[in-house]
Ligand binder design. Structure first.
Ligand SMILES: [Zn+2]
Length: 133
C-alpha cells in the first residue's frame, strides 16, 4: 500500500507544469476528463514548445469562453473531444468562432451546411447533426 502511494506521487510529480496547465484548462465532458496518462505520453513524445503551448492554451481559453456564452444563451455547443484526440488532431489549429455566437440575436436558425431549420444551432451555425460530422 505504501509503495502504491509512493508510485502515484512519483507519477504526479513527473508531469510537467506545462502539461498540468493544459490538463486543467481542458474542458471536462459531462463532468469527466479521461486519458490523462495517454495525453502525457503524447506530450512527452511531441514536446510542445512555448509557442505551441501558448496557442493551445489560448485556444482552450477561447473555447471555454465560447462554451460559457453559449450555455448562458441556451445555445448548443459541441461537447469537447477526448483530450488525447484533440492533441493528436492538433485541435488548437481549428477555429473557435465565438463572434458568431456573441451576436446571436439575428440568427435565422438555418444550418449552414445542410440548410435545415433547427432549434439548436451551434455557434458555427450548424445543426447538431452536422456539428458532429
Ligand atoms: Zn445540418
Amino acid at each position: 500500500m505504501k509503495e502504491k502511494i509512493g508510485q502515484k506521487m512519483k507519477q504526479t510529480t513527473d508531469w510537467s507544469a506545462d502539461f498540468l496547465m493544459f490538463w486543467s484548462l481542458y474542458p471536462a465532458r459531462q463532468g469527466r476528463k479521461i486519458g490523462k496518462t495517454d495525453c502525457w505520453k503524447w506530450w512527452q513524445i511531441n514536446k510542445p514548445d512555448k509557442q505551441q503551448l501558448d496557442k493551445m492554451l489560448a485556444w482552450l481559453q477561447a473555447d471555454n469562453i465560447a462554451r460559457q456564452k453559449s450555455q448562458r444563451a441556451g445555445l448548443f455547443y459541441p461537447n469537447p473531444k477526448d483530450p488525447e484526440r484533440w492533441l493528436k488532431k492538433k485541435g488548437w489549429l481549428d477555429d473557435v468562432d465565438y463572434s458568431a455566437k456573441v451576436d446571436s440575436g439575428k440568427r435565422d436558425w438555418t444550418c449552414k451546411k445542410c440548410g435545415r431549420r433547427t432549434a439548436s444551432l451551434s455557434y458555427r451555425n450548424l445543426c447538431s447533426k452536422c456539428e458532429i460530422e
